[in-house]
Design a protein around this ligand. Structure first.
Ligand code: NAD
Length: 499
């Protein structure tokens, strides 16, 4: 039976918001903003108001080729710098972001509709990523020299891969750029980055702010559509590695285009994180955990706690607690207060996709325990929603909705919980809620996900690797593993019986 609770949600709107400081128009190539080879542009929209903020260039293959040429020209000099000198540049970038924090937060929020708390967290995490990568670049080493064949001494060098193509998504525009730029540069590569066509502003602004600090051609930004700009980066013969954060479909296309030049591919793709709540769990803590980790960034989060599997004996109690938590979530525009928890969806098209998924939930006869509707505009706002009575294999529990929607299924045994949690094409993140110490060690080892939290969800540490298994891709962001991914080993062997 479908029971939709009367919508208790309204959008709290800011009285006024500061005008965002927009970046210059053009492609950032070779240290300057230059015109695209095409006059075509893409509108950049504020999704909380539906107003057009500005336009950016709809880049071309020729724009990418010029940016790659600039990155190729800069690569030898940047690679030859000592780790200490590269680290100094990354630390200056971190300082520049920090001293422009408010400007970047305002711009990010205007372009994404995310609440102030999320924009603040994004910028803080971006700063930390640059600082961590600066330190990691200096601590990065290989095993010492040794003999492994008679009269021969082996040395392993760790080298940059060369030019890295980076393609970023719209959910955390500057943060996802930082997750790539910092380790890519720290490991000694130059790069060409294509931001999402929907959210290019903070990436372009960063380029403007750091233009005098980063040597010419080391960082290049080309805006435009994925199928043109992203595809050219993926197939370009002078790009040595292409890294994308995005959906599974885009990752597949990038990997296919990259195959023609046999370049390395780094994929951070979608997720559908299970939240396994055992009967012995602290149910209140689990419900609060889902409130924050299921609805952070409006659920537009690849690791969102969006698919609860709860033991049948405590399901009723847990759902009651979760509905109470979610009913209390505050929805608002940027600037409407530090306590606003969720903002708008990123675009009209995505808003329609999430609403269509909720329509399917209704058609399938599932229960909408709270939320389930659009909130009156302007802006692409959707109520925080909990769907219950979800059977195994339901579409809502297996596809990435990427909105403020959490589904709840039940299970009977530990074996069933593990099997059902693993029954997904994704393998990015999961959480386990239990007070049983044996379970807290055993179950995470049985789950096929790159990150598993125990009694927590969505806590990210810059020192720890982030990345998935299965359809969520391969490659690691954050941690020294990211620097490893963006570098290559070279073995040099010396014959000591000669000369
Ligand atoms: P998307 O796949 O639509 O776009 C991501 C980027 O890929 C954009 O810049 C887009 O222009 C580009 N692109 C699209 N088609 C392309 C092609 N044929 N060739 C090259 N590039 C192409 O994803 P999105 O909607 O911007 O972001 C949401 C997705 O990102 C979700 O699936 C989410 O789970 C995923 N994501 C994953 C992580 C992670 O760490 N694993 C982090 C954030 C977001």
């Amino acid at each position: 039976m479908t029971t939709t609770k009367a919508a208790p949600f309204t959008v709290r709107r800011a009285d006024s918001t500061p005008a965002p400081s927009l970046p210059p128009f053009g492609q950032f190539i070779g240290g300057d903003f230059i015109p695209s080879t095409s006059d075509a542009t893409v509108d950049v929209v504020n999704p909380a108001t539906e107003e057009v903020l500005t336009q950016v260039a709809a880049g071309t293959v020729e724009d990418v080729d010029a940016a790659v040429a600039a990155a190729v020209a800069a690569k030898a000099e940047w690679a030859a710098k000592t780790p200490k000198d590269r680290a100094a540049v990354l630390l200056r970038v971190a300082d520049i972001i920090e001293s422009n924090r408010e400007l970047l937060e305002t711009l990010e929020a205007a372009n994404t509709g995310k609440p102030d708390a999320v924009a603040e967290d994004d910028i803080s995490s971006a700063i930390d990523t640059f600082r961590f990568s600066a330190g990691a670049a200096r601590a990065f080493s290989t095993v010492g020299a040794d003999d492994y064949a008679e009269n021969h001494t082996s040395v392993i060098f760790r080298e940059p891969v060369g030019v890295v193509g980076v393609i970023t998504p719209w959910n955390y525009p500057l943060l996802m750029a930082a997750w790539k730029i910092a380790p890519v540069l720290g490991a000694g590569n130059t790069l060409v980055l294509k931001p999402s066509e929907q959210t290019p502003l903070t990436t372009l602004k960063l380029a403007e702010l750091i233009a005098d600090e980063v040597p010419t051609g080391v960082v290049n930004i080309v805006t435009g559509p994925g199928r043109v700009v992203g595809n050219r980066l993926s197939e370009h013969p002078d790009v040595d590695l292409v890294a994308i954060t995005g959906s599974v479909g885009s990752g597949q296309k990038v990997a296919a285009s990259a195959a023609s030049s046999v370049k390395r591919v780094h994929l951070e793709l979608g997720g559908k994180a299970p939240v396994v709540v055992f009967a012995d769990a602290d149910l209140e803590a689990a419900a609060k955990g889902v409130r924050s980790a299921g609805f952070w960034n409006g659920g537009q989060e690849c690791g969102a706690a969006c698919r609860v599997l709860v033991h049948e004996s405590v399901a009723e109690k847990f759902i009651e607690l979760l509905v109470r938590e979610v009913s209390d979530i505050s929805v608002g525009t940027p600037g409407a207060g530090a306590d606003v928890e969720i903002g708008s969806m990123i675009s009209g098209a995505h808003y329609e996709r999430v609403l269509a998924a909720l329509e399917d939930v209704r058609k399938d006869g599932l229960t909408i325990a709270v939320g389930g509707n659009a909130i009156e505009g302007p802006g692409y706002f959707i109520e925080p929603t909990v769907v219950t009575n979800v059977p195994a294999g339901a579409v809502i529990a297996s596809t990435e909705i990427f909105g403020p929607v959490v589904s709840v299924e039940t299970f009977s045994t530990d074996e069933e919980a593990v099997a059902r949690a693993n029954e997904t094409i994704y393998g990015l993140a999961a959480s386990v809620w239990t007070k049983d110490s044996a379970r807290s060690l055993t179950v995470p080892r049985q789950l096929d996900f790159g990150t598993v939290w125990v009694n927590s969800h969505l806590v990210i540490a810059t020192e720890m690797p982030w990345g998935g298994f299965k359809g969520s891709g391969y490659g690691r962001d954050l941690s020294s593993y990211a620097l490893e991914d963006f570098s290559r080993t070279k073995h040099v062997m010396f014959n000591r019986s000669q000369g």
